[in-house]
Design a binder for this molecule. Sequence first.
Ligand code: HOZ
Length: 446
Amino acid sequence: MQPHPDLRWGFRIRSARVSDSRSATLFERAQRVIPGGVNSPVRAFKSVGGIPPFLVRGEGPYVFDVDGRQFIDYVGSWGPLILGHAAPLTREAILERLAEGVSFGAPTELEVEFAELLSEVVPGVEMVRMVSSGTEATMSAIRLARGVTGRDRIIKFNGCYHGHADSFLVQAGSGVATCGIAGSPGVPQAVAELTVSIKFNDLEMLKATVGELGPASIAAVIVEPVPGNMGLVLPEPGFLEGLRETCTQHGIVLIFDEVMSGFRVALGGAQQRFGVEPDLSTFGKVIGGGLPVGAFGGKRAIMSHLAPSGSVYQAGTLSGNPLSMAAGLAMVRTLRDRNPYPLLEARAEQWVSGMKSVAAAAKVPLSASSCGSMIGFFFSDSAVRSFEDAQNSDVARFKQFFHLMLEEGIYLAPSAFEAGFLSTEHTPSIIDQTISAASRCFAKLR
Ligand code: HOZ
């Protein structure tokens, strides 16, 4: 897809100063009526500084802002847009459904079809409950784990982000890490104490923690199997297997939070890619083709404890919303039937090897990696295996690089602690353009 000739490319050929832009005016107005001017913290650009472009439109691999600038987008609405912005298939599915009414709060055939599809393609899912966001999915999954085990504690990993429910705001990644918040005021101490957060990729620490706390007190271990909320960090060989073994040994519910990795690292998520089945899995925006949706699912023996078949309560009027189901069904069916995974994987490898080679040429220490269509990089001279390593990377350099890339028309996540996402619409030539831009930016880094 070619950029529209009428559109100005990134900041490079802008005619107005950023501070005079429509985005700047909107950001100022927004800050008067929306806390921080945004409805979710990371997008405020707080850790990188400057003014976030206010977006008006997306098409394929591009987004466009109110000032008429066009960017190659590597955020992809934080993951779900595997087929790119305004993908014709999802658009048609939504429009078709729109004419029939947008919400009933009653059962529909669409949600049955979607649940069947998810249990067909995700190895660990036998039953599924639809919700409206990833946060709702993870929050409900730990309630279910607690209800089933009769235990209260949960173990999570530093830098993993599982949404903003009280239990998860302990050493969390994403916006919590971006804003430098260790834990959030408003989370009762008594709730925070039930969450123990330990180092990712450290099995010995997990075993020691389980021993110290006493296995009989631990309801669940929750993990992003391929974390994307501390930047992209890969699980080391044996780590996920070790989690499975420890949880099985002690009757602890293992939860894979696949809000980012689901349908990204493989059709069946990280559990399929690494061959490790969790007891419960959580999904978010990635199954909605861009519309608000989430889901949690897993073994029948656990899921059937949910009300109304069991007594663990969970509910929602917009759960299984027909518009979201129609969009999600269209996207997941397309992914299953067309299998874009080898292509996405190859493009991600092109992106990573390109970035590494231009960084090396500019003598900039860079650690870059990919998994499926998730991509990530750190300004670090050694591999990043944990949140602790990610925090030691050169965040000031990231900030400078981020703005140079934005000026080149490349829209990266505005935080050193977020992954990037490719879509099927990111062609080899778009990736080449990105690498050339990166090469110019690396050369300018101080
Ligand atoms: N927490 C999201 C990324 N990990 C960002 C959400 C948003 O700003 O939309």
